[in-house]
Design a protein. Structure first.
Length: 116
């Protein structure tokens, strides 16, 4: 099977660490069905906010991008619910995911807080 590598850039505004996202992804049966997440140092990503962190996933080329974004949203939602239960602050409910094709041909999904 051919694979496509996606970089997932998480905005610091989400309040989710790269380790939290990677662990939550890898603990999710649904997410692990399509890929294993691993941390990246995100070298060469200077055009992005330097505070963004990147998680790499390799998925089969037949995996639809809307399925991938749905799984990312599910992992983020799970983490927000978990963190919301641990604090008195209500976690931000909306997620914005933008697909970006980089000049080197690689693909990135930039995840940030969406508009309320």
């Amino acid at each position: 099977m051919d694979y496509q590598i996606y970089n997932i850039a998480l905005s610091p505004d989400l309040g989710i660490t790269p380790e939290e996202f990677t662990n939550a992804w890898n603990e999710s049966d649904v997410a692990r069905t399509i890929a294993e997440a691993r941390l990246s140092e995100a070298k060469g990503m200077q055009f992005l906010d330097p505070m963004m962190i990147t998680v790499l996933i390799s998925v089969g080329t037949g995996v639809a991008s809307n399925l991938l974004t749905d799984i990312i949203e599910g992992v983020i939602h799970q983490l927000r619910n978990k963190k919301g239960a641990q604090s008195s602050t209500t976690p931000h409910k909306h997620t914005h995911i933008e697909y970006v094709k980089l000049p080197d041909g690689s693909e990135m999904l930039v995840v940030d807080k969406g508009e309320s």
